[in-house]
Design a protein around this ligand. Structure first.
Ligand code: IPM
Ligand code: MG
Length: 354
C-alpha cells in the first residue's frame, strides 16, 4: 500500500514527519506500507517552479492515498495566482475529483477546557462537517478582475453547482449519518442565492432514498450562530465548498484547538487526500512547537477510508487518546499554567502509546 507524503510548507514538514513515524511503526509491525515524499505548495515552487510539480502529481497517481501537510507562507504571497502554494492543493482536489471533504469536530474530554466556549456547551461534542470540495465559487467560471466601461476595476467569481454535484455529496452525507446519529443538517443560503436554492431542492429530493435519516435545512448565517450558541444540536452538517470552508474553521475552535482536527478528501473510488485542517502556521514553523496530532489522526483516517485498515486506524486513535489522557500537551491545547511539550516529543509519546 503506497502513500504519497506531501509535507508542503511552514509547519507541514515537522508535523508530517511525526505522522510518518507512526505509520513506519505500523509498517514495522507488519502492515505493508510504503511511503515516498514529494514537494508541494511553496516547496514545489522552490523545487520546480510549480506548486504542483509534474513529478509530485505522478507520485500521487502511483499511490493509494496522499498524506498532506500544509501549504503557504509569506514568501509566496505576492506570486502570480497560478504559482501560489494554495493552487497545489486546489489542483490536487480537482485532479483526483476529491469532492467529499470530511471534517470531524470532536471534543476530547480532556480538552473541553481549551474550547473558546464554556465546557458544558461542548462536552461530548461530535459533529461531522461534510464539505463539497470541487465545485462552487472556488472553481466556477467565469472569474477574474476586469475593467468596466467606466474604467473601474471589477472583481467577479461565479457560484455554481450542477444537480449531479449536489446529489453525490448529499448521498455522502446521508450514508455517513447512517453510521452516526442519523441526522443531517444541510446548510445553504436559499433565501438569497439561486445556486443554493437548487442545492436545497436536490438535497431534499435525494433524501427520499434515505427515509431513516432526519433532514433539516439551515441558512448559513444562522448555522454560524447556532454553532457557537448550541453546537451539540448538530450531527452531520452538509454544505458547499465556500460555506464549508468557513464553518469548519469555526467548528474547529469549539473543540479547543484547530491543531487537533484531521480531514479526509475523497473521490468516488475511495482514493483520498488526508490533511490536518489547520494551515502552515509560518509564525511557529521550525520551532518544534506545532501540534502533530491532527496530522497523526489524519493518517488514521487514511488507513480507515483509503486502505481499509480499520484496526490500524483505531490503534492510532487509541494511542492519541491515551497520550491526551496522560496529560501531555502541546502549547495550543494546554490549559493556563500547564506544562507543554514540543512536536517531536508529542510524536514520541504517540509512538510509546502505540
Ligand atoms: C482549507 C483551506 C484551503 C481552502 C486553502 C488553503 C486553499 O482553507 O482546506 O480549508 O480554502 O479550501
Ligand atoms: Mg479553510
Amino acid at each position: 500500500m503506497k502513500i504519497a507524503v506531501l509535507p508542503g510548507d511552514g509547519i507541514g514538514p515537522e508535523i508530517t514527519a511525526q505522522a510518518v513515524r507512526v505509520l513506519e511503526a505500523l509498517a514495522a509491525d507488519g502492515l505493508p506500507l510504503e511511503m515516498a515524499n514529494a514537494p508541494v505548495g511553496g516547496a514545489g515552487v522552490d523545487a520546480a517552479g510549480d506548486p504542483l510539480p509534474a513529478e509530485t502529481l505522478a507520485l500521487c497517481e502511483a499511490s493509494d492515498a496522499i498524506l498532506f501537510g500544509s501549504v503557504g507562507g509569506p514568501a509566496y504571497d505576492s506570486l502570480p495566482r497560478p504559482q501560489r502554494p494554495e493552487q497545489g492543493l486546489l489542483r490536487l482536489r480537482k485532479h483526483f475529483d476529491l469532492f467529499a471533504n470530511l471534517r470531524p469536530a470532536l471534543v476530547y474530554p480532556e480538552l473541553a477546557h481549551a474550547s473558546s466556549l464554556r465546557p458544558e456547551l461542548v462536552a461530548g461534542l461530535d459533529i461531522l462537517i461534510i464539505r463539497e470540495l470541487t465545485g462552487d465559487i472556488y472553481f466556477g467560471q467565469p472569474r477574474g478582475i476586469r475593467q468596466t466601461e467606466s474604467g473601474e476595476r471589477e472583481g467577479f467569481d461565479t457560484m455554481r453547482y450542477t444537480e449531479g454535484e449536489i446529489r453525490r455529496i448529499a448521498r455522502t452525507a446521508f450514508e455517513a449519518a447512517r453510521k452516526r446519529d442519523r441526522r443531517v443538517c444541510s446548510v445553504d443560503k436559499a433565501n438569497v442565492l439561486e445556486t443554493t436554492q437548487l442545492w436545497r431542492d436536490v438535497v431534499t429530493e435525494t433524501h427520499a432514498d434515505y427515509p431513516d435519516i432526519a433532514l433539516s435545512h439551515m441558512y448559513v448565517d444562522n448555522a454560524a450562530m447556532q454553532l457557537v450558541r448550541a453546537p451539540r444540536q448538530f450531527d452531520v452538517i452538509v454544505t458547499g465548498n465556500m460555506f464549508g470552508d468557513i464553518l469548519s474553521d469555526e467548528a474547529s475552535m469549539l473543540t479547543g484547538s484547530i491543531g487537533m482536527l484531521p480531514s479526509a478528501s475523497l473521490n468516488a473510488r475511495g482514493f483520498g487526500l488526508y490533511e490536518p485542517i489547520h494551515g502552515s502556521a509560518p509564525d511557529i514553523a521550525g520551532q518544534d512547537k506545532a501540534n502533530p496530532l491532527a496530522t497523526i489522526i489524519s493518517a488514521a483516517m487514511l488507513l480507515r477510508y483509503s486502505l481499509d485498515q480499520e484496526a490500524a486506524a483505531q490503534r492510532i486513535e487509541r494511542a492519541v487518546s491515551r497520550v491526551l489522557a496522560s496529560g501531555l500537551r502541546t502549547a495550543d491545547i494546554a490549559a493556563e499554567g500547564e506544562a507543554t511539550i514540543g512536536t517531536v516529543a508529542m510524536g514520541d509519546a504517540v509512538l510509546a502509546a502505540l
